[in-house]
Design a protein around this ligand. Structure first.
Ligand SMILES: [Zn+2]
Length: 207
């Protein structure tokens, strides 16, 4: 039996689903929300509702977007001949922060993990191949290089290898690179500092 009234318990339960938030933190946040003014508490609820209603995936790269195309795909100054493949939209942010990268992105929506039942068709991998085919093999608009910037984890490495092999047979002229080592092994890109990540980008090597 919960010691909280059901509405409070519901809030604690929902908050405890957030990453890094245990039951005790969830309770503390719930009591903070209960003490807050109606305006502040409802602003939080509205902000959550608004992102879920207005934010979707970019039709080109699957990054988060509040329009059919994300801001990066809309930017004319971006080099469309260079595509950086990442696992999640949250991985775009640290790469942007390095100011080393001026190409476009392709967000997979996760990493291959047969144990968890994540197969190639569960990710936006086919969309990457279609995108490369649509851009043409040579000439104006052709993609010169794909940088595989999946996380330096077991699943991230497996995903990079899988895509690199496929690309080698599908688009032989394409340069396929991987971020240089130096990134903390087993960690997510999101947690890499911009200097380390900038160096990893600058020192990317062919696969
Ligand atoms: Zn986009």
């Amino acid at each position: 039996m919960s010691t909280f009234a059901p509405p409070v318990q519901r809030l604690v339960t929902e908050l405890s689903k957030l990453p890094g938030v245990g039951n005790r933190t969830a309770q503390r946040l719930a009591f903070h929300i209960l003490r807050a003014s109606n305006d502040d508490a409802l602003a939080l609820a509205d902000a959550i509702r608004e992102v879920k209603e207005k934010i979707g995936l970019c039709e080109v790269c699957s990054n988060l977007a509040d329009e059919p195309r994300c801001r990066i795909c809309q930017d004319e100054r971006r080099d469309r001949g260079l595509i950086c493949v990442v696992e999640e939209p949250s991985d775009v942010i640290p790469i942007e922060r390095t100011h080393e990268y001026h190409g476009v992105y392709h967000v997979l929506g996760g990493a291959l993990s047969p144990i968890d039942g994540v197969e190639p068709e569960d990710l936006k991998i086919e969309e990457l191949y279609k995108r490369l085919a649509g851009a043409g093999a040579t000439g104006e608009g052709a993609v010169r290089e794909v940088v595989l910037a999946t996380n330096p984890t077991t699943t991230g490495e497996a995903t990079a290898l899988h895509i690199a092999e496929e690309l080698r047979s599908r688009v032989p002229a394409l340069t396929v690179t991987r971020l240089a080592s130096g990134l903390p092994v087993g960690a997510d890109l999101e947690y890499a500092d911009e200097v380390t990540l900038g160096k990893a980008l600058a020192g990317r090597r062919s696969m």
